[in-house]
Design a protein around this ligand. Structure first.
Ligand SMILES: Cc1ncc(COP(=O)(O)O)c(C=O)c1O
Length: 298
């Protein structure tokens, strides 16, 4: 049986373990009513929580942005995630850590929520079938622009994904598996749950962090590639450049490193996983097993 760890108004703000099927979130929780909350998705590799420190730092930045204090310390959350992974016997898997504004009334007023709801799920995740990592993923360019940062800062990881969900639904209708979202000026930003990289020769190009979530996998890739003798440039990217790239790949905690083989039906590079993408994927896998990057569950 799988367990979840929850702290909310009903548990008086203390973490409690519940069988996953025995806990239900309140319909008055503002995370449910308004998407008012923040979250992190974190991988566990070989009994260690990958880049936990970086995920918690980002959670703290997101909480500052929405003006809500996370009701635990980083150490308490680290220990809670580790103990849940042990309880659920997950040595390789995925953790979802969510902090919502909490239980309030039906109105939007966040001040009516006295205690944030914090919940942790640790389970298995498989985002794409194995063949996508070899043959590449078909993606499309979304007709729906990304919410501008002046309205909602994409650097904060907020439980409000409707903009991304609408783009994903459109992509699926077109037979693609991900959507590339553009900003209001028509620049490439990111996908609905991943960052994007273009490869031209030995140089990688990726959009600046102005209009994207500064992904932890993106940062890891940037750090590794510099050591691999590849150059990385962060700058604005127009959609036309995507079609001229030798390779395009996506990065994210769930997806890891996934090659793109087609964009709106047009072949990218050779139309399968390119050599640089595969090299980065291999190096990334080694990085996930390096203990200096992670927090032990034991
Ligand atoms: C919109 C968006 N961009 C990028 C990413 C990739 O970020 P990370 O590598 O930290 O998982 C995610 C996933 O969390 C995301 O939801």
């Amino acid at each position: 049986m799988k367990y979840v760890m929850v702290s909310d108004l009903k548990t008086k703000g203390k973490f409690k373990l519940f069988p996953a099927t025995a806990y239900s979130i309140s319909p008055f929780d503002h995370g449910v009513l308004y998407g008012d909350g923040i979250f992190e998705g974190i991988r566990i590799y070989n009994g260690r929580i990958f880049k936990l420190k970086e995920h918690l730092n980002r959670l703290w930045k997101s909480s500052a942005y929405i003006g809500m204090k996370v009701p635990f310390s980083k150490e308490q959350l680290s220990k809670a995630v580790a103990s849940l992974a042990r309880k659920n016997k997950i040595l390789n898997g995925y953790c979802r850590l969510v902090v919502t504004r909490g239980i309030g009334d039906l109105g939007i007023n966040p001040k009516k929520c006295s205690i944030p709801t914090t919940f942790i799920v640790v389970d298995q995740i498989a985002l794409y079938p194995k063949e996508f990592y070899e043959q590449g993923l078909p993606v499309s360019i979304s007709s729906i622009p990304k919410i501008p940062r002046e309205c909602l800062n994409p650097n904060a990881k907020i439980c409000h994904y409707e903009n991304n969900i609408l783009s994903m639904a459109e992509a699926l209708k077109k037979g693609a598996r991900e959507a590339i979202m553009l900003d209001l000026n028509g620049n490439v930003t990111e996908c609905t749950g991943d960052n994007i990289f273009l490869v031209f020769g030995n140089t990688l190009y990726t959009p600046t962090t102005r209009n994207i979530l500064a992904g932890i996998t993106r940062e890891t890739v940037i750090g590794m590639t510099r050591k691999m003798g590849l150059k990385v440039k962060e700058r604005d990217i127009k959609p036309a450049e995507l079609f001229r790239a030798d390779e395009v790949f996506l990065t994210g905690t769930g997806a890891e490193i996934v090659p793109v083989n087609k964009i709106d039906g047009r072949k990218i590079g050779r139309g399968n996983a390119g050599p640089i993408t595969l090299k980065i994927l291999r190096r990334f896998r080694a990085e996930t097993l390096n203990p200096k990057n992670s927090y032990p569950i034991q």
